[in-house]
Design a protein around this ligand. Sequence first.
Ligand SMILES: Nc1ncnc2c1ncn2[C@@H]1O[C@H](COP(=O)(O)OP(=O)(O)OP(=O)(O)O)[C@@H](O)[C@H]1O
Ligand SMILES: [Mg+2]
Length: 372
Amino acid sequence: MENTLKLLSDVLNPVTGKSLTEENRWVNTEAKESGELIVTYKRDGIPPKEKRLIEDKIIESLSGSYDPEKVLVKTISSEGTSNEPAQKPTAAHASLKVGHGVNGNKKRIPGVKKVIAVSSCKGGVGKSTVAVNLSLSLKALGNTVGMLDADIYGPSLPLLLNKKGAKPEATSNKKIKPLEAYGMKFISFGLFINDNDPVIWRGPMLGGVLNQFFFDTDWGELDYLIIDLPPGTGDTQLSLVQNTEVDGVVVVSTPQSVAIADTIKGLRMFQQVNIPIIGMVENMAYFSPEGKEEKYYIFGKDGVKNIAKELEVEFLGSIPLEMVMREGGDSGKPYMVDDSYKDNEGYRSYVDIAQKVAKINKEKGFLGKLFK
Ligand SMILES: Nc1ncnc2c1ncn2[C@@H]1O[C@H](COP(=O)(O)OP(=O)(O)OP(=O)(O)O)[C@@H](O)[C@H]1O
Ligand SMILES: [Mg+2]
């Protein structure tokens, strides 16, 4: 127990800012034969939201020594009433394995600190472009970043990262070795098929392919794994949220494509499976001719900002339409790797958005559930 308590010494009570150790709140840590660790603390005066933050922090603090899935956090009040553990051991349910996918128990990817999905309700709004440039911006902040292209019908990463035609190798222990581009590891279904292969057989393979990409790929140690999702709320999203612990979602929209009903549907899907919405990005927000200040709101003004406000999710920022952004995509040299754009609004916006994403992740903690 002593050692475990040492690991827990930096868990703070967000209400007072003092550690739980200082406040004498630890009651017990009990290691079960089954491998579970039950941590019990006194909860008096801690409201539900802060309780969740504490839970996250406990699991994070122990993650070097204990499997996060096996840590159960219990609370008691001074009247002695005890709450159920926040996470109960999951009983094995029977499940159908469609396309060799695994349904049911969500797993974390070993070595990967945060898994963030980039999602949109509609196609063609710039998800892949945002995913790549956001990843590079997170990398520029000093993070180790990998990218997973989960769009098996329209994979984009091989083109966007200039690796069309490259074939991933297997490692000695038969894992997929991700390719490397611009200092990021990445994997894409597009690396395993030819452009004119029929797509009809891709659907049934989906679950299996995604699982391999997540769990049989040699990701090594990553601060962030960014997932480029296909548009909408289809099978890929479902397979993803069933099998993998996703730490948050960034939703991309253009000002005119935010039909509120679609957006709510998309957000609700993630909400139902307890995946936090990190925030919304407004892409193609406006156009400014070169060297001019004025902004033309081609697709309407503030559509995404307004909807984010209405749905009470964070607005992360606006990316303007810039021709060089499209050219960067087509030529496989992403916008954010070119320093000569660093005074452009788009460039600055990406830096800002990456900083917000990194900050939100830190604040909300490991496995944080922040849907407002
Ligand atoms: N801010 C921008 N300025 C200029 N061009 C952009 C911008 N954002 C995206 N594009 C261009 O728009 C096109 C569509 O972008 P992208 O492929 O990233 O969208 P997507 O949402 O991933 O599409 P899909 O739904 O097919 O996956 C690409 O040609 C891309 O280069
Ligand atoms: Mg795409």
